[in-house]
Design a protein around this ligand. Structure first.
Ligand SMILES: *Cc1c(COP(=O)(O)O)cnc(C)c1O
Length: 350
């Protein structure tokens, strides 16, 4: 079975091997050293400003989304959410649940986010912007420059869910003025699901330390405080942390640009091969992490099933209103070009 999914993914042999090992105890300096090494490498990969901090949460990506929102914002804030798919719907749900005021820029399927979408929101007293920079449900990679420009000119805290984009697309917190980044273990890092992360720059940290969210487990202040000595407030997913350290060291050796270009190469190879098929790509800008296939005959579930039974490939189905129309093919994880050959042959039959 090959996974062309978006997480969990095909894992590397080194990651799998570590998953077989007994776990060490973690309330000691040996484990703290590993945590601090992880923080340093991640801050470097994200090009985070000096004095930025990493919080390591044990929970899926949504826990970091929830933590970020409720630690940075409260009822006195006013947020703008780029709303173009099921992951932005999660931000909407979090803000609704915690009564944090918000408005949305709603995008229809196929609609590219442009600077004109922001015109009516200038100087309206917004204090934060939430975006899933790669809206994984559609494959659209939003234009960070436009978003960043709007946030800078309105002095708005920019919170980016980069869960499926970090280490798959270029990402630079300092240059783009990103105040807070969310990502998780099961996407481009190709680790098991279970860890999620928040990177906060000094501006975001300031906001976080001045708030008192109604939460214990997701209180980021306790995470950042403990992380000063390489620890977490609760028992973390120790095994995934060890797998993460090993993976980060390998990416560092390879060079983060080369790690990203491997995914970019797979994406452009696959998109190029698709031209011989009847499948179309959407017109908006795409992330390297996955290719959304528009199924003109609304037969996405049929193709998903045939890929599973005929070539042992798991594609990524799409939920909700796009379930018949859109299939997604992942390019992250331990994949190579030849893995795509059987899939392209199958797609040629439609
Ligand atoms: C995968 C993903 C998440 C996290 O989902 P979980 O199931 O909670 O891990 C959040 N946002 C985006 C954009 C994602 O791709």
């Amino acid at each position: 079975m090959k996974l062309f999914t978006i997480g969990p993914l095909e894992m590397d042999p080194q990651t799998l091997e570590l998953g077989n090992k007994p776990l060490p105890y973690f309330r000691n300096s040996e484990f703290s050293i590993i945590m601090l090494e992880i923080e340093q490498i991640i801050l470097e990969f994200a090009n985070a400003e000096p004095n930025s901090k990493l919080a390591v949460l044990t929970g899926s990506g949504s826990s970091a989304m929830e933590a970020a929102v409720i630690n940075c914002f409260d009822k006195k804030d006013k947020l703008l959410i780029i709303n173009g798919g099921t992951f932005s719907a999660r931000f909407v749900q979090i803000c609704t649940t915690y009564s944090i005021p918000f408005q949305t820029i709603d995008l229809e399927f196929g609609e590219q986010l442009t600077s004109s979408h922001f015109d009516e929101y200038q100087n309206q007293g917004f204090t934060g912007l939430l975006v899933n920079i790669h809206e994984t449900s559609t494959g659209q990679l939003y234009p960070i420059d436009i978003i960043s420009h709007f946030c800078k000119s309105n002095n708005i805290l920019l919170v980016v869910d980069a869960i499926s984009s970090f280490l798959a697309d270029d990402y630079d917190m300092k240059t783009r003025g990103i105040d807070l980044t969310i990502f998780s273990s099961q996407k481009s890092l190709a680790l098991p699901p279970g860890l999620s992360y928040v990177i906060a720059n000094p501006r975001a940290l300031n906001k976080i330390y001045s708030n008192s969210p109604h939460t214990v487990y997701l209180d980021l202040k306790t995470h950042f405080d403990d992380m000063k000595r390489g620890q977490t407030p609760n028992t973390p997913a120790v095994g995934i942390i060890l797998q993460m350290r090993e993976k980060l060291e390998r990416i560092q050796k390879l060079g983060v640009e080369n790690y990203i270009s491997k995914t970019a190469d797979l994406a452009s190879f696959f998109r190029n091969e698709l031209q011989q098929t009847s499948f179309k790509l959407p017109n908006y800008t795409l992330s390297n992490a996955l290719t959304p296939l528009i199924c003109q005959s609304n037969n996405a579930p049929d193709i998903y099933n045939r890929a599973l039974t005929e070539i042992s490939v798991t594609l990524t189905p799409t939920g909700g209103i796009l379930s018949n129309k859109l299939l997604r093919v992942g390019h992250i994880g331990n994949l190579k070009k030849s893995d795509y050959h059987p899939l392209i042959e199958l797609l040629l039959k439609f």
